[in-house]
Write a new protein. Sequence first.
Length: 133
Amino acid sequence: MSGFLDTSIVVRYLTGDPPDLAEKAAQIIDGEERLQVTEVVLAETAYVLTSVYGIPRSVVVDHLIAFLQKENVSPFALEKGLVLQALLLCKPSGRVSFADAMVWAAARSSEDKVVYSLDERFPEYGLEVRRKF
């Protein structure tokens, strides 16, 4: 059996807050079921952890990477390795947003590997980023 995780489960699991809900989240995530997580949930989780909980970006990246390295957790419709690389793009600074990192992973997972963006900071690694049209 498999299922999808939403942001509330991932946030509770990673923060342990509040303890009763964190325990329920841990029962799901630490269980045997195959779990999938969308790029929206990853970006939203990163936002909540940094803005609501005040956790530094580098720590959030480390937590999300450890979470995704769990054997029973997989990103939905994206290669796990590319999602991990995308998260690492967010670590050094605020240059790459978590949402842009997930778009980067999606584009890298596609055949076209083209992104249209007006953002001069959008990561180009392995992509064609079209800013002038």
